[in-house]
Write a protein that binds this ligand. Structure first.
Ligand code: SF4
Length: 217
């Protein structure tokens, strides 16, 4: 899937109306250029779980040594060490992640198991940067809920080896429901918390980089 800059721009304009800074790039190779303008040498930086950040080279950039990166992807982290890194995300200078969905009227929709991603999106870091492939653009909030139930959550559950029905079948047990709260009763359920980010009080705290090609899931 691809979208041109002209197709991305109306979504960027809708985000800006909601006090969210928006940037449009055609190719994933262009993401790093914008990220570098949003980071300062020595910044403390944390990330939410995201394949997009790997695909765009952002994780490699954060590991370059120019930043104080709280790296959740280090080898051999204990569960306690991982929890400590998640907690540091709340006080980092910059938090980077993707978004499960972005609606055409400029709303961000995200679903978490532990809320370690949606918490710093909502509050904490002075700057939040989201890198979003055009495959995550949806018409409205019901479509965002469906996208998570039919695409994002099943693929993430499988990637993370979660013992959920969707990891096996590829679709939520409540895929027909528009309600986020409808779903499985699995102990591994990854759809425990959701965050809907509309108009922001702190202008331009959140930056969204819209990319005209598919990234992550
Ligand atoms: S509620 Fe359960 S089955 Fe549905 S998408 Fe979430 S983890 Fe998968």
């Amino acid at each position: 899937m691809r979208m041109s800059l002209a197709e991305l721009e109306p979504i960027a304009a809708a985000l800006r109306k909601n006090n969210i800074a928006a940037h449009c790039v055609e190719n994933k190779e262009d993401v790093i250029t914008i990220i570098k303008t949003l980071l300062s040498t020595g910044d403390t930086v944390a990330v939410g779980g995201s394949m997009t950040l790997f695909e765009t080279g952002v994780i490699d950039l954060l590991r370059s040594g120019d930043y104080h990166f709280f790296d959740r992807y280090q080898d051999s982290l204990t569960p306690e060490e991982l929890s400590e890194i998640f907690a540091k995300g709340l006080t980092a200078d910059v938090f980077l992640c993707s978004s499960n969905a972005v609606t055409r009227d400029g709303v961000l929709y995200n679903v978490d198991g532990r809320a370690n991603r949606i918490s710093p999106i909502a509050f904490g870091p002075d700057t939040v940067v989201m890198v979003v492939g055009c495959n995550k653009i949806v018409d409205d909030l019901p479509a965002a809920v469906r996208r998570v139930k039919t695409v994002a959550a099943p693929l993430n559950a499988k990637r993370l080896n979660c013992q959920t029905p969707c990891a096996v079948t590829g679709i939520c047990t409540a895929s027909e429901s528009d309600l986020f709260t409808d779903g499985c009763q699995s102990p591994d359920r990854i759809c425990a918390h959701c965050l809907i980010s509309g108009r922001q009080r702190v202008e331009n705290r959140i930056h969204v980089i819209l990319v005209g090609e598919s990234l992550g899931f």
